[in-house]
Design a protein around this ligand. Structure first.
Ligand SMILES: NC(=O)c1ccc[n+]([C@@H]2O[C@H](COP(=O)([O-])OP(=O)(O)OC[C@H]3O[C@@H](n4cnc5c(N)ncnc54)[C@H](OP(=O)(O)O)[C@@H]3O)[C@@H](O)[C@H]2O)c1
Length: 206
């Protein structure tokens, strides 16, 4: 259940702030950390809402579900902060494409979330929340046309379902795409579902 799980966002820049605003608006508790310490996040937390708690990196790393809202090239370094990531669901919000030289050398044709899984040994990696610009993701959706769609992909169906439930609690409409090397490819920049802002529209009878 969403409320039995602890959440953290690592990174308080563009996309970390957008995620914080989603959690804050929904009243779902989330910790948020960066490299400079919690004092640098108090302003963001105050504007996002009381469920958003600035913490140290160590505190964020102790949570059940961790959002990686950091540059793709910083993921390997972050991976070394824990000897073993087993038991953590890690939501990979990074886009390797925006670090093209590094990404080409590192990926060698692999999906970026497979690389993330390699440098965070044991983590249950879920690719999600990466295909929309931060501003779009954070913007409230009015009751009409409907909930904003987010796409989710993972090689771990249970973790994919867990993040789909969370997305629902955050007021979003989750579409699960299956495995990283299959549906997950669609949300890897620059593929089909990237920068596509869908909203869920209930069908009405003619
Ligand atoms: N911007 C977008 O619209 C968007 C949309 C979807 C996905 N993404 C992806 O999201 C990721 C972040 O993008 P962004 O635009 O939010 O970047 P950003 O504004 O530069 O923010 C990056 C954040 O990561 C933190 N950070 C870096 N290395 C860290 C480490 N080792 N440990 C803890 N925190 C660390 C930074 O900490 P400090 O604040 O202490 O420097 C900063 O808060 C990228 O991979 C990007 O491709 C971005």
């Amino acid at each position: 259940m969403v409320t039995d799980t602890s959440y953290a966002i690592i990174g308080s820049g563009n996309i970390g702030s957008a995620l914080a605003r989603l959690f804050g608006r929904a009243g779902v508790e989330v910790r948020i950390a960066n490299t400079r310490g919690p004092a640098t996040i108090t302003e963001l937390a105050a504007s996002a809402g009381p469920s958003v708690l600035p913490v140290s990196l160590a505190d964020a790393l102790a949570r059940d579900v961790i959002f990686l809202a950091i540059p793709f090239t910083a993921v390997e370094q972050l991976g070394k902060e824990l000897p073993d990531w087993t038991g953590k669901t890690v939501v990979d919000v990074t886009n390797a494409h925006y670090a093209p030289d590094a990404a080409k050398d590192i990926l060698k044709g692999r999906p970026s979330s497979h690389y993330v899984a390699e440098v965070l040994p044991g983590a249950w990696v879920v690719k999600a929340f990466n295909q929309l610009p931060a501003q779009t993701l954070a913007a409230p959706v009015p009751p009409s046309p409907g909930r904003r769609v987010v796409f989710i992909s993972s090689d771990f169906p249970e973790s994919s379902g867990q993040i789909a439930q969370l997305a629902d609690a955050l007021g979003l409409s989750a579409v699960e795409l299956g495995r990283i090397s299959e549906g997950g490819r669609l949300i890897e920049v620059p593929n089909a579902l990237v920068l596509r802002n869908f909203t869920e529209q209930p069908l009405t009878a003619a």
